[in-house]
Design a protein around this ligand. Structure first.
Ligand SMILES: [Cu+2]
Length: 158
């Protein structure tokens, strides 16, 4: 891959994440985004990068959104060649001075029981609850369903 193509790819990957940054205490949530859902979908996934500038580890323990009946913190793993997702019972650690990446193919925020489809261009509010930093409000910027940021198909849940 030439450097020029690599740069273009990085730009494409970063595009939906260019949006906004929310800071609360030592926790920063940046580039929250989600993919538009079909009219019949009852679930959606949210992605965000969480940074911890504090001296102690923090933990994303739960999340809520007015747009979903329930919100879970999920991880993804390969199970017999099929990507499956499951809730993280103890949430997700954000190491001191480090970050937790919630991205396609890996950890993500699962919006369950969508009250209405996620539409491209809108911003879906959510609150991330951290063990130390408390509540951090974010907005998932919804991008078109066709913009496959990482080309990951989601398994499980069906
Ligand atoms: Cu999930």
């Amino acid at each position: 891959m030439t450097p020029r193509i690599a740069l273009a790819l990085i730009a494409a990957l970063a595009a939906p994440a260019s949006a906004q940054i929310t800071r609360h205490g030592s926790i920063t949530a940046a580039g929250a985004w989600s993919r538009a859902t079909s009219s019949r979908a009852s679930i959606g996934a949210g992605y965000v990068t969480v940074r911890n500038t504090g001296a102690q580890a923090d933990r994303l323990v739960s999340a809520t959104s007015p747009r979903a009946a329930k919100v879970e913190i999920h991880t993804m793993s390969l199970d017999d060649g099929i990507m499956r997702m499951r809730p993280l019972p103890n949430g997700l650690e954000v190491p001191a001075g480090g970050e937790a990446l919630l991205a396609p193919g890996g950890n993500h925020i699962m919006l369950i029981g969508l009250k209405s489809p996620l539409k491209a261009g809108e911003r879906v509010p959510a609150t991330l609850r951290f063990a130390r930093a408390g509540d951090v409000r974010i907005q998932f910027k919804v991008v078109g369903a066709g913009s496959t940021v990482a080309g990951v198909r989601q398994g499980g849940h069906q």
